[in-house]
Design a protein around this ligand. Structure first.
Ligand SMILES: *Cc1c(COP(=O)(O)O)cnc(C)c1O
Length: 227
């Protein structure tokens, strides 16, 4: 691994290549640097190299980093327990992993009147894996509808962590499925600003970009292996 700056440049080059292949504007793909389990000094190093957005899964670890690096834009991308929604609603700018009305209702209430609305994505369990977080596609329209009533949430799009596969065709098929769900929800509801697709990680960002990802979530390729 090189320096964080070199790694960010390499990831950006991969995004640019994938966009060129897919005839997409590279500006349409945003990079979320997943800093989970990494120290705030590495976040600072990435900020100094021009990175603005960071993703975290582990709340206590994240809160510490947010207090040290408040000038970043913070995204929560982990599983959400109900007793953690207050801290998530208070300290983050985006949440990618909302999968139930109950959690959406709590985040809305706890976001409060003072802050800007919380940007949220609904996590879809695209392969219907029993142990994976996320709403099944059949239940997605109802969850969209119930989430729309919440004034302190801004529904921005869909997120998925598809099953792992080394087969680029399989990877792409899962990402296309999420993209099609986004289009179908856009047709059913009038939702300005509901156009984000959070999909793709270090190992499959090319397939995600080819299927329309607007946020790719990259940890290892920027910060190195986690222990
Ligand atoms: C850890 C994690 C990532 C980053 O994965 P890498 O393979 O390290 O790039 C992306 N998204 C979610 C939800 C994660 O938990």
């Amino acid at each position: 691994m090189g320096s964080i700056k070199d790694n960010l440049l390499r990831v950006q080059a991969r995004i640019n290549d994938a966009c060129a292949t897919a005839s997409r504007n590279p500006g349409s793909v945003k990079l979320l640097a997943v800093s989970k389990a990494k120290p705030s000094s590495m976040v600072r190093e990435a900020i100094d190299a021009g990175q603005s957005d960071f993703g975290e899964n582990y709340l206590q670890d994240a809160l510490l980093k947010i207090s040290v690096v408040p000038d970043a834009t913070w995204h929560y991308i982990g599983a959400i327990q109900s007793n953690k929604t207050r801290e998530i609603a208070t300290h983050f700018d985006w949440v990618h992993t909302v999968a139930s009305e109950k959690i959406a209702r709590r985040l809305n209430a706890q976001r409060g009147e003072s802050a800007l609305p919380l940007n949220i994505m609904l996590q879809v369990n695209v392969n219907r894996e029993p142990d994976k977080n996320g709403v099944n596609e059949d239940d997605l329209p109802a969850l969209v509808e119930s989430t729309l009533q919440f004034d302190h949430l801004r529904l921005r799009g869909l997120m998925a962590i598809p099953e792992k596969s080394d087969d680029v065709k399989r990877q792409r098929a899962n990402f296309v499925k999420l993209a099609e769900l986004l289009s179908s929800i856009q047709r059913q509801f009038c939702l300005p600003g509901f156009d984000e697709l959070s999909m793709g990680m270090s190992a499959d960002l090319e397939a995600a970009v080819s299927a329309g990802a607007t946020w790719i979530r990259i940890g290892t390729a920027i910060f190195g292996e986690r222990h």
